[in-house]
Write a protein that binds this ligand. Sequence first.
Ligand SMILES: [Zn+2]
Length: 55
Amino acid sequence: MASKPDPDVIYVCGDCGEENNLKRGDVFKCRECGFRILFKKRVPHTKTKRFIAAN
Ligand SMILES: [Zn+2]
């Protein structure tokens, strides 16, 4: 299986509302206020997917 890069996931702090971009291994808490309850937020993908035909 080809390894896929982990997509960036935005977490919104349940206290101050700050958006935190956390990756695997990061401490799961708000970087702004230290609150530990974060809500997952979907990141809109604005990139257009391209299909390249391999000849
Ligand atoms: Zn916070």
